[in-house]
Design a protein around this ligand. Structure first.
Ligand code: FEO
Length: 393
């Protein structure tokens, strides 16, 4: 991927990872990803904002070598996670005079993760400025997007916010900039990214969001995906996603081994339809976990459809309940509909795994074998309870 000019003396020099299909060995990447890095050339100093994942060092190296007689004075590290910081040691090897500019917490992480020596760092504070000559960087400490050490970098003269993971999207794309007329294209990848990465930290983002609103921003240049020509668009998406609002919708992640849980889920979905409640089932044997995460982001209710294996919950249910709990969802109501053969600890297991959840638990329906008349009546009670609560949304 050649060097791409964003504005005068501002270049994108990072990498496209077209084939990557898994991030953190758990997050699906249907569209690959990018590790964006930006080179800012002032009249006196040159700064590189973030680096790339080590698997794509060759792309960053090639891009930097296209600049004749390039000297890098500063490597700005907005975030210590290795998909952006992993090649900082390589950059320092290529440009030994460069210093790593970051906040104290990020410095500590980079020393631990990448063994960068302490004398290579310049530590900055919130709103500290770094003049490059005609271009000035301002650092904005913005913790928990999505690690505790994260910060943003603002290029004052050009009004570009380099937001690292915040506002990012896991897509590889030959374009550098998302044109305003193409905004709709980014909603799904950006929401998927938000749901998988940022969602558990939405209150931290909300608490600091004014820092972004206070800036005069012409472009947002994240570390994954495309540069936003229309920053208000993604800012407004985030305002919605970090809000406490929920939809009149029930998400049903489920597994059925021999059809009993499927029959329960089918009856349950019909009941939701009759009560004018939106629903979305996810058969966990084939579900896209990113789409499930997106759906969970703003639904009022989650009802887990479980079946028993060896007296416990099915492992696919366990995996999803575990991840769901990690997301700290804003779900208002949860319940379980399940089938077992000879005995089950499923309900206790599921409840014990949802320790982060503040949702009201609506009494579940546990069915022995295939659902019968009394079970359908119990499902009707659950459906009525959900409908009653959804009326207040
Ligand atoms: Fe894209 Fe948190 O790294």
């Amino acid at each position: 991927m050649p060097v791409r000019k964003l504005l005068s003396d501002v270049y994108e020099v990072g990498a496209r990872d077209w084939s990557r299909r898994l991030f953190d060995e758990v997050i699906p990447l249907p569209d690959g990803t990018s590790y964006n890095a930006y080179l800012i050339k002032g009249s006196e100093k040159v700064a590189l904002i973030d680096a790339v994942d080590p698997r794509t060092w060759n792309q960053l190296e090639e891009n930097l070598k296209r600049f004749s007689n390039l000297k890098i004075n500063y490597v700005i590290s907005n975030h210590a996670e290795q998909d952006h910081s992993g090649c900082i040691p390589d950059v320092l090897r290529l440009y030994p005079e460069a210093k790593v500019v970051t906040n104290a917490k990020c410095k500590s992480f980079l020393m631990d993760l990448l063994l960068i020596p302490e004398d290579k760092f310049i530590v900055v504070e919130d709103h500290q400025r770094l003049p490059l000559g005609g271009k000035t960087l301002e650092f904005i400490i913005f913790p928990w997007v999505h690690w505790p050490e994260t910060m943003l970098t603002y290029l004052i003269e050009d009004k570009i916010l380099f937001s690292c993971d915040l506002f990012g999207a896991h897509i590889a794309d030959s374009r550098l900039v998302l044109k305003k007329e193409d905004n709709a294209e980014i909603v799904e990848p950006a929401k998927r990214y938000f749901s998988e990465i940022m969602y558990p930290f939405r209150s931290n983002i909300s608490n600091n969001f004014q820092k972004i609103l206070d800036l005069d921003i012409k472009m947002i240049a994240p570390s994954h995906g495309l540069v936003y020509e229309d920053p208000d668009f993604i800012i407004n998406c985030y305002k919605e996603w970090i809000s406490d609002r929920v939809l009149n919708k029930v998400i049903i992640p489920y597994v059925s081994m021999h059809g009993s849980t499927q029959a329960i889920v089918d009856y349950f979905m019909n009941g939701l339809k009759e009560r004018n409640i939106e629903y979305q089932p996810f058969n966990l044997t084939v579900a896209d976990m990113g789409k499930l995460a997106m759906a969970i982001t703003d639904a009022a209710t989650v009802v887990v459809g479980a079946c028993a294996v060896l007296g416990g919950m099915h492992p696919l249910v366990a995996q999803v309940v575990y991840l769901y709990n990690l997301l700290r969802p804003k779900t208002r109501f949860v319940s379980v509909i399940a089938s077992y053969g000879w005995g089950s600890k499923m309900l206790e297991q599921i409840q014990s795994m949802l320790y982060n959840l503040k949702a009201e638990v609506i009494p579940p329906v546990l069915v022995k074998g295939y659902p019968k008349e009394n079970d359908f009546k119990a499902l009707d009670v659950l459906l009525d309870e959900i409908a009653k609560r959804h009326k207040s949304i």
